[in-house]
Design a protein around this ligand. Structure first.
Ligand code: GLN
Length: 190
């Protein structure tokens, strides 16, 4: 299966490596032609304001919005989660999102002092051992619609959510050596 990794900006290489390790064929997506070749898409972490701008200037925004509306499976991590959500709080005024999952997301909201932290998460459906999660200037999910399943939380905050073919994580599952969330995506969501 060809799984695209949006490669306009941000941490795409580690996602591609995880996908390859699991037997999928990763494709770096930078153009409309690239997008047309893939069955599913990972939107990586990075800077969502920059990605939003580059999605517009590359002409990818509308075709990607159409694929998502058509049910293409997608996995958004950190900035990628911000892009897939319904509403961005504390975004830039010209920043856009795809409304592919019914969540409101506040950027950089885990606190300015501590920009990054790590946590061991109990993840619904990934039972054997907790998932070690790295949060880097992470967004907070402030509200979820009723069709959204919350698969993991930090305190009361949802950090891993799913709605149909769309999976989002506030953290960076591509860092480290644990492929279980990419596996969850490929086996349960795609
Ligand atoms: N703070 C970034 C943003 O708003 C997200 C950080 C990340 O992807 N690690 O887009």
């Amino acid at each position: 299966m060809k799984v695209g990794v949006l490669a306009l900006q941000g941490a795409s290489a580690q996602h591609a490596a995880m996908l390859a390790r699991l037997g999928a064929q990763p494709v770096a997506v930078r153009s409309v032609a690239d997008l047309a070749t893939v069955d599913a898409l990972v939107l990586p972490g990075g800077e969502s304001t920059t990605m939003s701008m580059l999605l517009e200037s590359s002409g990818l925004f509308e075709p990607l919005a159409e694929r998502l509306a058509g049910g293409m499976p997608a996995f958004g991590t950190c900035a990628g989660m911000i892009l897939l959500g319904h509403e961005i709080l504390d975004g830039r005024s010209d920043q856009r999102c795809f409304d592919a999952i019914d969540i409101s997301v506040r950027r950089n909201a885990f606190g300015r002092q501590v920009d990054s932290f790590e946590a061991d998460l109990a993840v619904a459906g990934v039972e054997a051992a907790p998932v070690h999660a790295v949060f880097i200037r992470a967004p907070v999910v402030e509200s979820v619609g009723e069709d959204v399943d919350v698969l993991a939380t930090v305190g009361r905050r949802p950090v891993l959510c799913r709605q149909g073919p769309v999976l989002v994580a506030a953290f960076h599952p591509e860092l480290g050596d644990d492929p279980r969330l990419h596996e969850l995506f490929l086996e349960e969501v795609v």
